[in-house]
Design a protein around this ligand. Sequence first.
Ligand SMILES: [Zn+2]
Length: 222
Amino acid sequence: MTERYDTAVEQWRSAAAPKRHVRGLLKAMAAGIERCMYCEDSQGTDIDHFQPIAHDPLRAFDWLNHLLACSHCNSNTKGRKYPCDDAGACLLIDPTTEDPAAHLVLYLASGEYEGITPKGMATIDVFKLNRPTLVRGRRAAFVTAKNLLWGWYEHRQAGRTDEAEEIVEAISESPFSAVVRAIMTLPTPVARTVMGAGTLPAMDEWRRHMAAVPSPRTGPGE
Ligand SMILES: [Zn+2]
């Protein structure tokens, strides 16, 4: 195992061209402007092995095991952590195959995540998703998104399509993309309280508009 690990690490370290290619693909797929797929805040600069090489050297070059991470998330918080339950199943949410919303609730007003499953709780713990800078950033992103949504709807109503599209682009390039996703999946009674009753038509219009936009590719060659 140690020999296999050493070989995998050495091969990965010297694979400059494949890593450049993978990093380019991941950056194109990442939300916002090349944001880290874990914190959604900092620039993703590293290729993280979701299942660490130390845990399974054979997955060093597995595309589905590669995620774009900032160096803080990759080195300082996650590192080689890969918690598993008693049956050996990974306890981290894999964003390439799972919907984080099934395990995590984002409270928009406070900016904090709550884990609603063991996986959600372990993910918050390993990635330190409630660290103060992220919580503050999500709170600010919520206020910004709410106001941008208002502006977008007003432009749409007035037929100012260029201005409306400018806002769509600004939102899609903003960090903390989970905040907008959380806004758009609020149940109506909660949205009425959190967003204000007047915003509900804007939210409906946004959902209709985004449903008509083709989704980004999900992997190499697709
Ligand atoms: Zn990060």
